[in-house]
Design a protein around this ligand. Structure first.
Ligand code: C5P
Ligand code: MG
Length: 209
């Protein structure tokens, strides 16, 4: 069986997760179970449980070194061979991996979303379709402030400090240049109805093959 791996990259809070979830939710009921699965790059943030909490708050989470991309690559290769994988789970408030894992079966369509997927050339080779979500950075920042405070256990001063120290500079150093590796650039992320429908049609077409 041929499997298709679709990567959805773009800035933090650009709408990658919403874009991916919308496609998944709208397709999942019409498809056979096991046709489509989602993986998050964030699940592959390095385990930092051996470091004190204070140390973990200092990590640059927007640099490729924060991720265990080798493990992600290995997992994608396993899925391609038809093997299930155990995806780590990540705790943003504790800044480290949780003890549980999540089983992902080798679905025919695998969608992976994350900020630095297209900045790593070895990892990029794993993707059949590369999408970059191109949402203006001020919109991303507003969403990130709200989300990180409400859902990821951060304070406003911590969001502001982190944004200036790492999130913004790493965006310009790694994420924005990776846009040129994409096959498709999507404006407005999860709000782009036409782009969502186009990817959905492509997925349905691939599943009929
Ligand atoms: O969902 P999103 O793509 O925004 O997730 C990636 C972001 O999560 C990164 O920009 C990184 O700064 C942030 N992050 C964090 N604290 C962690 C791990 C990731 O703020 N412990
Ligand atoms: Mg996300």
């Amino acid at each position: 069986m041929t499997r298709t791996i679709i990567a959805i990259a773009g800035a933090s809070a650009s709408g990658k997760s919403l874009f991916t979830q919308t496609i998944y939710n709208e397709l999942v009921n019409e498809l056979e179970s096991g046709a489509i699965a989602i993986i998050e790059e964030d699940a592959y943030y390095k385990d930092q449980s051996h470091l004190p909490f204070e140390h973990r708050t200092q990590t640059n989470y927007d640099h490729p070194d924060a991720f265990e991309h080798d493990l992600l690559r290995q997992h994608l290769e396993q899925l391609r061979r038809g093997e299930s994988i155990e995806v780590p789970t990540y705790d943003y408030a504790q800044h480290t991996r949780s003890s549980e894992t999540r089983t992902v079966i080798p679905a025919k369509i695998l969608i992976i979303e994350g900020i630095l997927l297209l900045s790593d050339s070895a990892l990029s080779e794993e993707f059949d379709i590369k999408v970059f979500i191109d949402t203006p950075l001020d919109i991303c920042l507003l969403r990130r402030m709200q989300r990180d405070i409400e859902q990821r256990g951060r304070s406003l001063p911590s969001v502001v400090e982190q944004y200036q120290a790492t999130v913004r500079p790493m965006f310009y150093q790694f994420i924005e240049p990776s846009k040129h590796n994409a096959d498709l650039v999507v404006t407005r992320g999860g709000m782009n109805r036409v782009a969502i429908d186009i990817i959905k049609s492509k997925i349905k077409y691939l599943l009929q093959e």
